[in-house]
Design a protein around this ligand. Structure first.
Ligand code: NAD
Length: 254
């Protein structure tokens, strides 16, 4: 149904096969795209490599957005190998544990800045680096959560960070619209991943959200991936700048 044949995409954020980015990478590949995948560091590499092999990624590169020059090196390789890029998925987030596990008013300035840099500003850096490679237009997709819209218990610091991310997407979409480059926040329901295990009482949050979701079930990384693949197509252009919810309707309930 979704055709990404001949398209090339960058996927940043696979920690292992259960990552939201892994579900997206599989869906992009199933739609025919060729992919570049990144891994955080050598410790993470063995967990990410099977996913890179599964989707036949010809480019598999290290990328810690906090390491000076690493993100730029990823785009340099893409420029050298492909000369262009059609879409990218930014699916990364981090907050220091002590700042995530306290109320927002208690979070340190340093923890706040770190969380914003890794989880939000890195999206804008990727957009800037992708821009010259997207001469024929393209899609920039990031992953958000309902904690950006409303206070969600224990989401704490990541709430304001995701709100800033969604606002950054709106502004990037406006900045780049004239070049045919689209930007989306894909706001997903809760998924049991490595990053999610950093949220206090995440299992209880999943139960609570499941109970409030009209269909009574949570979203899978396969379903999120299919929606991400659609956002990578030109058919999604009229939605540029939007928050697209992949949460089985959870956000629509009171
Ligand atoms: P995950 O642990 O599988 O992925 C998080 C990724 O962030 C990892 O691959 C990790 O390497 C990467 N990362 C952290 N610091 C980094 C850095 N300095 N440089 C580069 N990469 C770095 O967890 P996930 O849940 O799949 O998270 C992906 C995205 O989805 C995150 O933005 C997360 O906030 C968002 N999200 C998750 C949920 C959920 O319930 N799991 C819900 C909504 C949104």
């Amino acid at each position: 149904m979704i055709d990404l044949k001949g398209k090339r995409g960058l996927v940043v954020g696979v920690a292992n096969g259960a990552s939201i980015a892994a579900g997206c990478a599989r869906a992009f590949r199933a739609a025919g795209a060729e992919l570049a995948l990144t891994f955080l560091n050598e410790k993470a590499r063995p967990w990410v490599e099977p996913v890179a092999q599964e989707v036949g990624a010809p480019l598999f590169l290290p990328c810690d957005v906090r390491e000076p020059g690493q993100l730029e090196a990823v785009f340099d390789r893409i420029t050298a190998e492909w000369g262009r890029l059609d879409f990218l998925l930014h699916a990364i987030a981090f907050a220091p544990r002590e700042d995530l596990h306290t109320s927002v008013v208690n979070a340190s300035a340093e923890g706040f800045a770190t969380a914003m840099d890794i989880s939000c500003h890195s999206f804008l850096r990727m957009a800037r680096l992708a821009r010259p490679l997207m001469q024929a237009g393209g899609s920039l997709i990031t992953v958000s959560f309902y904690g950006a819209d409303r206070v969600v218990e224990n989401y704490n610091l990541m709430g304001p960070v995701k709100a800033a991310l969604e606002a950054s997407v709106r502004y990037a979409a406006a900045d780049l619209a004239g070049e045919g480059i689209r930007a989306f926040s894909l706001s997903t329901g809760p998924v049991k991943t490595r990053a999610a295990s950093g949220i206090d009482r995440f299992d209880a949050l999943m139960d609570k959200i499941r109970a409030r979701t009209p269909a009574g079930k949570l979203v899978s990384i396969e379903e999120i991936g299919t929606l991400a693949a659609f956002l990578a197509t030109e058919a999604a252009s009229p939605m540029s700048g939007s928050v697209v919810y992949a949460d089985n309707g959870f956000h629509t309930t009171a």
